[in-house]
Design a protein around this ligand. Structure first.
Ligand code: XMP
Length: 606
């Protein structure tokens, strides 16, 4: 497997798998290993990429690779932290940068006199181009044998190479789409490694062999959530192990989208897959969630209830874990990094397939996750390769806890919270209200839990540059705010008050209807496939007209990998249609449009 592949050594940032997925898309095999892997295990690899990471190389306990990797004689490319670690490990110096660079920066190619070799990652590029940086340290002194190949205004050694040993270090992130020529740099590096070929077909074979090895003579009990990932994983397990060694269970949590369970049932029926049992456990979910307000608490309850139902149903079916059965999960890579699954990463949200009980089962070798090395786009390609219908596989991602993380909850005592925030600084003349509700965001590599503000405009369905600007500036300038919304149902300022509520069947039903309206409008406007994902969120706040009201947030997303995201801009007439239709739902008295990017907000609200 390792032979001829490009290995990413993971220093704990969020980027290792993004790099890996890019390399695979060029058609080369790529696998990720922890940075401290023994170099002896890497014999035969074609090249190595050292990923970024959030720490400082000179900090005690910061992640390190074994310098033996340089004796393998293969090309090595260090990116960000990887660049710094390489410089330090080979005798250069790393120090805190005088000016820390975050975001877009211009980089300039160095004039290289007496070029020893023509191997240059930037050949043919313009003199200056834009890259995406995120660093507080810099390479202050190059190691012996290296030359500088690019600089920025504030970072002299932004890129370096030792072309004889084929070692390269680059401070900026080439793997993100905001970096110009980033993919080209990765591709050139990959090509000079002369790697073997990779395709989704051969990957499926590799995973197939791995599944057989891991499962041995056991059988797999697979929880199918209804989302793309578990559907693909279930189909793959069926293909590899055969239907008689796999049993699927779809738990209807009461928190799924409208018509979803039926759609999945029909798709499997068409494929001839009939080993999926559907259990309506909605009553149990609503019961267990009846006192839950906090996002992490809700995730934990939903995860634990999943497991309890799975245990009960599997016992009813006579399947015993540890007695010849394992649990299958559709976990994909982004699920694992955001929980701090990688040794050095910070925890932002707990994914349901990484709650404590599952973690314990993983430690006992009772869980199989055949897609855990894949990015979303690769899962979809694999799904089509396995014969799943296009519409099913290319559905928008939907979180495991379903509508559970889109129904915000609040008790009556929390009503006063927004009043604590009195001095929000808005750099414009717009009227605004601080919403009495908080949501999760991400900043640096850490989690935030802050308020949203609603901005009012006399053209409430038009998203202007000025509003988008505001959505960046307000969270930057106000420690208590991580989201900026446009109120699309109201042009004049109103105060919002809390309508206390937890997750109930009625609220789930209401959100399902709103979600379905959005879906229909996206299909009508032919926008569905252009949008990465479109969470629709139910807030327990309203303007208190007549009955106590609630509101809906529209959160259309433009993204390529869910690691970073921008608000997708819908045409005003589409916003208007959706707003009008949603306002007709019982008890909904306001509609908002979430304009915030990720970071500082996350895609989901919780
Ligand atoms: P955030 O909200 O962290 O979401 O920006 C990133 C991507 O992950 C999805 N997501 C989840 N998926 N279980 C899942 O399976 C979860 O608990 C969960 N939380 C978020 C989210 O929909 C987006 O695609």
């Amino acid at each position: 497997m390792l032979k001829g592949s490009i290995i990413i050594l993971d220093f704990g940032g969020q980027y290792a798998h993004l790099i890996g997925s890019r390399i695979r898309r060029f058609g080369y095999p790529s696998y990720i290993y922890p940075c401290d892997i023994d170099p002896k295990k890497l014999k035969g690899v074609a090249g190595i990429i050292l990923s970024g990471g959030p720490q400082s190389v000179y900090e005690k306990g910061s992640p390190k690779a074994d310098t033996g990797i340089f004796d393998l004689g293969v090309p090595v490319l260090g990116l960000c932290y990887g660049h710094q670690w390489m410089a330090q490990a080979l005798g250069g110096k790393v120090a805190p940068a005088k000016v820390k660079e975050y975001g877009r920066t211009s980089v300039r190619k160095s004039q290289i006199a007496n070029r020893k070799s023509q191997i240059d990652l930037f050949q043919g590029f313009p003199e200056v181009w834009t890259v995406w940086m995120s660093h507080g340290d810099e390479v202050a002194e190059l190691p012996a044998g290296f030359m500088r190949i690019a600089s920025t205004k504030d970072c002299v050694n932004a890129a370096m190479m030792d072309s004889e040993r084929r070692l390269y270090g680059i401070q900026w992130h080439n793997e993100v789409t905001h970096t110009e020529h980033g993919m080209e740099v990765l591709k050139r590096f990959a090509e000079l490694c002369k790697p073997a070929q990779w395709s989704i077909k051969s990957y499926a074979e590799h995973v197939g062999a791995q599944i057989k090895k891991e499962v041995g003579d056991r059988k797999v009990f697979m929880l199918v959530s209804g989302g793309v990932d578990s559907t693909v994983a279930f189909t793959l397990l069926n293909n590899v192990l055969g239907a008689d060694r796999v049993q699927g269970l779809l738990v209807d949590t009461g928190l799924m989208r409208k018509g979803e369970v039926q759609m999945i049932e029909e798709a499997f029926a068409k494929l001839g897959i009939d080993n999926l049992h559907i259990e309506d456990a909605s009553e149990e979910f609503f019961r267990n969630l009846k006192d839950a307000y906090d996002p992490e608490e809700k995730r934990r309850i939903i995860g634990d209830t999943f497991l309890a139902v799975q245990k009960r149903v599997s016992e009813e079916m006579g399947l015993k874990m540890e007695e010849g059965w394992m649990l299958g999960q559709g976990t994909i890579y982004p699920d694992t990094i955001e929980t701090g699954g990688t040794k050095y990463a910070d925890k932002i949200k707990t994914h349901h397939n990484r709650v404590e009980a599952v973690q314990k089962m993983i430690e006992k070798g009772l869980v199989i996750e055949p897609l855990k090395e894949l990015y979303k786009d690769e899962v979809r390609i694999l799904g089509e390769e396995l014969g799943l219908p296009h519409e099913l596989v290319w559905r928008h991602p939907f979180p495991g806890p379903g509508l559970g993380v889109r129904i915000l909850c609040m008790g009556s005592t929390e009503e006063t919270r927004s009043k604590e925030i009195s001095n929000v600084h808005i750099p414009m003349t717009n009227a605004f209200s601080v919403l009495p509700i908080r949501s999760v965001g991400v900043q640096g590599d850490g989690r935030t839990y802050r308020h949203a503000i609603a901005v009012f405009s006399d053209k409430p369905t038009r998203i202007t540059e000025a509003l988008l600007e505001l959505a960046t500036q307000v969270p930057n300038g106000n420690k208590e705010i991580n989201r900026v919304l446009l109120c699309t149902s109201q042009s004049e300022r109103v105060e919002f008050s809390v309508t206390p509520g937890v997750i109930t069947r009625e609220r789930a039903e209401l959100l399902r209807e709103a979600d379905d309206i959005v879906l229909q409008e996206m299909r009508t406007a032919d926008l569905y496939e252009r949008i990465w994902q479109f969470p629709v969120v139910l807030l327990p706040v309203g303007i208190g007209r007549g009955e106590k009201g609630q509101s809906i947030v529209l959160r259309p997303i433009a993204s390529t990998d869910a690691m970073t995201a921008n608000a997708f801009l819908l045409p005003p007439e589409v916003i208007k249609n959706i707003t009008e239709r949603i306002l007709r739902l019982p008890g909904i008295d306001a509609v908002f449009y979430d304009l915030t990017n990720k970071p500082p907000a996350t895609i989901e609200w919780e």
